[in-house]
Design a binder for this molecule. Sequence first.
Ligand code: MF3
Ligand code: CO
Length: 252
Amino acid sequence: MIQLKNRHEIDKIRESGKVLAECLLTLDEVIRPGITTYDVDRIAHEFITSHGGIPSCLGYCGYPNATCTSVNDVVIHGIPSKHLVLNEGDIISVDICVTLDGFVSDSTRTYEVGKVSPEVHKLNVVTRECLYRGIDAARKRNARISDIASAVFKHAFSENGYGVVRDYTGHGVGFDLHEEPEVPNYVSPLIPNPRLKPGMVLAVEPMINMGTWKIRTMKDGWTVKTADGRPACHWEHTIAITDDGVEVLTEL
Ligand code: MF3
Ligand code: CO
């Protein structure tokens, strides 16, 4: 069942999203060659708790940290590590969920560490554009979930030849971290395709690979890498469908 949110509830999710947006902005200042993914996680964790929030990934299905830190060919769910030092030319996707006063927001961005190659920079730019194409598709009158999916897919694959991850999707969010509906980044007749309705709150999150869309999960049970070892980017916002259109709740 899709749980619709009223105006007050959307405003509460936005408050949570504001802490999350500020946290991601703070990380932009600290992600530099030489920092470990452990320290990135520690700084985010400290930021969230000092602003009254709870890092909702920590303990979710046994996940061990406040953030997912996914470097280079890691698509999602990279576990922070004291042994993983970021180098010039790396990319790192930091995926964070914040619960504030019981309301959950979810956002991700991919950071470039120092100067990255033009190919990797383009992948990152296009992935961010995919996120905003998806959000814009949701503004259309009578839009459905598949309009978000096809806008992302068109820009990533049809226009740029990138692989679009299929095994993980966006999702409803707000009362819980993962709610209905699924928000895929490709169109499939097998996935429910409801019309977007005022009160829906969705995590839109393109996961885009430079090469193949295929992924594999490492033995730790979490880390998801591209099957071909080429890099991947991930951008995510929590959005609300309202009577007037779409509000992005994880943007300042
Ligand atoms: N933020 C992730 C998402 O978009 C959730 C990560 S769950 C965790 O669905 F357990 F891996 F943290
Ligand atoms: Co999400």
